[in-house]
Design a protein. Structure first.
Length: 221
């Protein structure tokens, strides 16, 4: 059973949910330019869930079918260093899987600046992908930043203990890698989203952390 401890003080973003159904839009967004004439849904499945840092007019819990979230991407710029990368999430194609996250509607007058900022934020191997998001009772086209297996920072799978140790020991300009993992776990619980990979990894990192520092004096989140 998932750990449902209180997370209200750990997630500093409360999405303003709009219950109106979303209609399907046949629009391709991956090459957004200054001439953009459409609003754009951006799908967040990692840090964008709890720290979107982008102007948006609507925010919804969303689902992306056919993809699984995995801690298989190296982070040399945010949660690690060039010589000691951390691990962050990307999406891996997985028939029958559903990835839960948040979708943010970016209005057309802000789209160019938003995507310039996101391109910089996700510059370490992530690319824009057109996706079809399930939102409420409908679906809509959107954009997700995905780091594919052929990118330079892709780490791929590893044994649970090895991934856990790497996450526990890594840190970068955006903070510790374990903080990223813990915040993601907290955010997914707030969405009532189940993700066995994330929760298993979180539990193992916490287990190692407790063994190394049973009194909680040395390791800080």
């Amino acid at each position: 059973m998932r750990n449902r401890r209180s997370t209200s003080t750990l997630w500093n973003f409360s999405p303003a949910i709009d219950p109106r159904p979303i209609g399907r839009q046949q629009v391709r967004y991956a090459l957004v330019t200054a001439e953009t004439q459409e609003s754009v849904w951006v799908f967040g499945y990692g840090s964008l869930i709890w720290r979107p840092d982008i102007p948006h007019s609507r925010a919804h819990p969303a689902q992306l079918e056919g993809w699984s979230r995995r801690f298989w991407q190296g982070s040399h710029d945010h949660r690690g260093l060039p010589h000691a990368p951390g691990r962050v999430v990307t999406l891996i194609e997985d028939v029958g899987a559903v990835c839960c996250g948040m979708a943010y509607l970016v209005e057309r007058d802000a789209a160019t600046a938003v995507f310039e900022n996101l391109d910089h934020r996700e510059k370490n191997g992530y690319r824009r992908h057109d996706v079809l998001l399930g939102i409420g009772n409908g679906s809509t086209a959107g954009i997700a930043y995905i780091a594919p297996p052929d990118n330079h920072a892709f780490l791929g799978p590893a044994p649970l203990d090895a991934m856990s140790a790497q996450i526990l020991e890594s840190a970068g300009p955006s903070g510790s890698n374990r903080d990223y993992l813990y915040r993601l776990g907290d955010a997914l619980r707030l969405l009532d989203a189940d993700d066995a990979h994330v929760f298993e990894l979180e539990a193992q990192v916490r287990k190692i952390e407790r063994k190394r520092d049973p009194d909680g004096h040395q390791l800080q989140r």
